[in-house]
Design a protein around this ligand. Structure first.
Ligand code: HEC
Length: 116
């Protein structure tokens, strides 16, 4: 009985959620689709080794950070668990700053709303 009630509530919640579904173009890719790869250059291999444990290239491709901001971002990622050898840090930061600085011309791709 209790189980049936829980199932009924879940079904009602699903129905309510379905009604509020936003309109979107169903041919758009889902969030999390991998679009790009990191550009060739000195530091690419170290950057992939340091960052791909948690991100795809796409998260990096869309950034527009100065060297100072990249330094802070990399330090933050290390605090969050990224494994970057001390010896690799300067080359990773230089690579990110060179390729994904304020002049970055990346154009974001449209995706479906999260969860659809
Ligand atoms: C241990 C997992 C992990 C690794 C490895 C990692 N990150 Fe992150 N990163 C996260 C999480 C969690 C977030 C916050 C959620 C999100 O935005 O996806 C994040 C967010 C970001 C963001 C978005 C802005 C921000 O600060 O929240 C950038 C830029 C970023 N990471 C860069 C990097 C770079 C560069 C590397 C490699 C040096 C890296 N990350 C490695 C976990 C990681």
């Amino acid at each position: 009985m209790k189980r049936a009630l829980v199932l009924l509530c879940a079904a009602l919640l699903l129905l309510a959620a379905a009604k509020k579904a936003p309109r979107f173009n169903a041919s758009l890719p889902t969030v999390g689709t991998r679009f790009g790869t990191l550009p060739l250059g000195k530091g690419r291999a170290q950057t992939e080794a340091a960052c791909y444990a948690c991100h795809s290239a796409d998260l990096l491709l869309q950034q527009r950070l100065t060297e100072k901001q990249w330094t802070a971002a990399v330090e933050k990622m290390i605090r969050w668990g990224a494994e970057v050898k001390d010896a690799d840090k300067p080359v990773v930061i230089a690579y990110l700053a060179k390729n994904f600085g304020p002049e970055n011309k990346f154009v974001p791709r449209k995706t479906r709303p999260i969860g659809y």
